[in-house]
Design a protein around this ligand. Structure first.
Ligand SMILES: Nc1ncnc2c1ncn2[C@@H]1O[C@H](COP(=O)(O)OP(=O)(O)OP(=O)(O)O)[C@@H](O)[C@H]1O
Ligand SMILES: [Mg+2]
Length: 249
């Protein structure tokens, strides 16, 4: 059994060290994570041995200057890309050991990803866009539809379900993208600059929406942003500078 999850060894640790506090519940932990992009003869070391963790059912912000490696880290956390080196556990699973097929299945089951550019399918209605991640699940057509409608309702778009992405505003599109990321009820919601194309008021609403989701669905939320004004009080922050952690709060 994994020592970290053995309650008996945990009690023993506390007895040996009365000052010790129980570790916070961790959804993701990563150690010495590196990523070097190879382009022809040029190598770009985008991440240079980053270590840290993402707490369960909390919001963690990833901040740092442009080009510092934030998206690279998020892509690794979201299993959209592979590290060159390092270790990573998501929900207790050593994900660096998974095959591509296993990683894709793990991602479909546990991770929702929200992109800066929404990535909605223009010819589908909002409901069909949100249903999309459920298509390869063993669910009836009716229950897929009900679930998609529930999540569109939850992000405040219950009246727009038959519209197409081109017929709604940017903020509403990002809400659809959030509903689509959530419809598979992921344990981990990762958002890369989800508010970059939105005005300040809408940006705050989108962050507030993700913060609410964390409470209601017990989801661990990771948001990458340039805009430190968006950071909600009490959130964890991982600051990345030049491919390295420059502080974890
Ligand atoms: N697919 C890629 N191929 C080669 N180099 C890349 C690739 N993706 C990113 N890089 C490089 O890796 C470094 C980190 O990029 P990354 O996109 O992670 O930064 P970022 O912090 O997300 O920046 P921004 O805030 O502008 O989105 C940069 O030097 C970038 O040019
Ligand atoms: Mg980026």
């Amino acid at each position: 059994m994994n020592q970290a999850y053995n309650p008996q060894s945990f009690q023993y640790d506390i007895a040996q060290n009365p000052g010790a506090r129980p570790a916070r519940d961790v959804a993701v932990s990563f150690k010495g994570l590196s990523k070097t992009y190879k382009m022809d003869r040029v190598e770009v070391p985008a991440l240079k041995g980053v270590s840290g963790s993402i707490a369960k059912a909390a919001t963690t912000f990833i901040t740092g200057p442009s080009g510092s490696g934030k998206s690279t880290l998020l892509n690794l956390l979201g299993l959209l890309d592979r590290p060159t080196d390092g270790e990573m556990e998501i929900l207790g699973e050593d994900v660096t050991k998974l095959t591509d097929k296993q990683a894709a299945d793990f991602r479909a089951q546990h991770i929702g990803f929200v992109f800066q550019s929404f990535n909605l399918i223009p010819v589908l209605s909002l409901r069909e866009n949100v249903e999309f991640p459920l298509l390869n699940r063993k669910m009836s057509w009716a229950s897929r539809k009900t679930r998609a409608l529930e999540y569109l309702e939850a992000v405040g778009l219950g009246d727009f379900v038959d519209r197409r992405p081109g017929e709604i505003s940017g903020g509403q599109r990002q809400r659809v993208a959030i509903a689509r990321a959530l419809v598979s009820e992921p344990t981990l919601l990762i958002a890369d600059e989800p508010t970059a194309n939105l005005d300040t008021k809408t940006s705050r609403e989108i962050v507030a929406l993700m913060d609410r989701i964390k409470v209601e669905l017990n989801t661990s939320v990771v948001i990458c942003t340039h805009d430190t004004d968006l950071i909600t009080p009490g959130s964890a922050i991982i600051n990345i500078v030049d491919g390295q952690t420059a502080g974890e709060y």
